[in-house]
Design a protein around this ligand. Structure first.
Ligand code: LHQ
Length: 263
């Protein structure tokens, strides 16, 4: 499939997906959703892919839904936005959270609306120093979607999540790091390289095990302590059966560098 609104490449075990409508700050229209969905399908089904890196082209990361895509003229019938969420945004967020591999998000610029919540569905978020996060929904009479009402309060606490979502103020990358919304701020010029370096490093690691770590941490946010202990038991059972576990222990005992295959 030839993509128009995203760039997609697979190299050294790393799939890089870059949103590519820079003039509209990489806001989502239907075609971009369709292309992202197709790329994520390739990520899921290509055994060579061990890590996914998501970023954006131009000065923005993503401004959420393309607002020009909706007819809001006074004489037009009210749109059913639930359809768009059901068809596109919820499947996208679920796909990112459920991908059995680490997902890195490199937020290269402003991230607004759904574009501010997509990174929160990823596993490691780096942001350029000049990037910012805006829960812009409240400014146009909408509620935050793309999982934001679930992820944001868990990351920064309800008091800060409510302020961000009710006021729609711009949060700098630095503040986002201090509040625990993202993992790390890096200098603008270094973002892509730093993110790629991290992705390539992770792609040499026991990525099957990393996927199980991701699964257990995601589940811990809504599990009880007892449920989580049981889950740890079950996932450790799976991890212990992996080739990478054998390789890791053998390499440790032989004092050599392990070669992991992600299975
Ligand atoms: C855009 C957009 C945009 C189109 C900038 N659309 N063109 C889910 C389900 C269904 C429906 C509804 O929504 C959702 C989820 C959502 O995501 S709702 C929230 C949608 N997003 C927003 O409300 C953010 C709108 N954008 C902004 O507030 C600003 O553009 C930000 C703060 C992101 C950036 O501001 P500036 O740096 O000052 O840039 P700008 O506003 O000048 O934008 C640059 C261009 O990008 C401009 O086009 P132009 O032709 O004038 O250069 C904008 O119109 C265009 N653009 N966001 N979402």
């Amino acid at each position: 499939m030839n993509f128009q609104h995203i760039l997609f490449a697979i190299e050294d075990g790393v799939a890089t997906l870059s949103l590519n409508r820079p003039e509209q700050l990489n806001s989502f229209n239907t075609l971009m959703h369709t292309e992202v969905r197709e790329a994520l399908k390739q990520v899921r089904t290509n055994a060579d892919v061990r890590v996914l890196l998501i970023t954006g082209e131009g000065r923005g990361f993503c401004a959420g839904q393309d607002l020009g895509d909706r007819n809001v003229a006074p004489d037009a019938a009210a749109p059913d936005l639930g359809v768009s969420i059901e068809q596109f945004y919820n499947p996208l967020i679920r796909a990112l959270r459920d991908l059995p591999l680490p997902v890195i998000c490199a937020v290269n610029g402003v991230a607004a609306g759904a574009g501010a919540n997509i990174p929160l569905a990823c596993d490691l978020v780096l942001a350029a120093r000049s990037a910012s996060f805006i829960q812009a929904f409240c400014k146009i009479g909408l509620i935050p979607d793309s999982g934001g009402t679930w992820t944001l309060p868990r990351l920064v606490g309800t008091a800060r999540a409510k302020a961000l979502m009710l006021l729609g103020d711009r949060l700098s990358a630095e503040q986002a790091e201090q509040w625990g919304l993202i993992y790390r701020v890096v200098e603008d010029a270094e973002l892509r390289n730093e993110a790629l370096k991290l992705a390539r490093q992770l792609a040499t690691q026991p990525t099957y095990g990393l996927a199980l770590i991701k699964r257990s941490l995601n589940a811990s946010l809504s599990n009880s302590f007892d449920e989580q202990l049981d889950l740890e038991r079950d996932l450790q059972r799976l991890a212990g059966r992996s080739e990478d576990y054998r390789e890791g222990v053998s390499a440790f005992m032989a004092k050599r560098t392990p070669t992991f295959k992600g299975r």
